[in-house]
Write a protein that binds this ligand. Structure first.
Ligand code: ZN
Ligand code: ZN
Length: 128
């Protein structure tokens, strides 16, 4: 934040710390509800604005889960995601190397691939 000349407001810190503490990939509404007890004056609009700032400076990853819905991730390393089509939960795909896909795309297009964002859909253990 200091690097980007941004004020480290209590709200920004709270949203960031919440995202760092979970791997549930919460929506803005979920973050808002979770922070309500400790930050009763923080509005949903503030949460949205704070998330936008955190995404812009690269501290938080925004995941588009389709139909205009977004989830947020405090883990900014390159990793894939899988979503349950029944309950909507989103899990990380860690320790899986999807970089061979970049090569495959390069071989079939005239692009130089910089990164990929992979999203898989399925049924989680509880929903199967
Ligand atoms: Zn599920
Ligand atoms: Zn993730």
């Amino acid at each position: 934040m200091k690097e980007k000349k941004l004020k480290l407001t209590p709200q920004r810190l709270a949203v960031y710390q919440y995202l760092k503490s979970t791997n549930e990939h919460p929506s803005a509404e979920t973050i808002y509800k979770a922070l309500q007890p400790n930050y009763p004056t923080m509005s949903l609009a503030t949460v949205y604005k704070t998330l936008k700032t955190l995404v812009e400076i690269g501290l938080v990853q925004e995941i588009n889960i389709g139909e205009g819905n977004f989830r947020y991730d405090g883990n900014c390393s390159e990793h894939g995601h899988i979503q349950c089509i029944n309950c909507g939960k989103v899990d990380d795909l860690c320790d899986m190397d999807f970089s061979p896909l970049n090569k495959m795309v390069e071989e079939n297009t005239n692009y130089k691939v910089k990164w990929n964002k992979l999203f898989f859909y399925g049924l989680c253990k509880d929903c199967q």
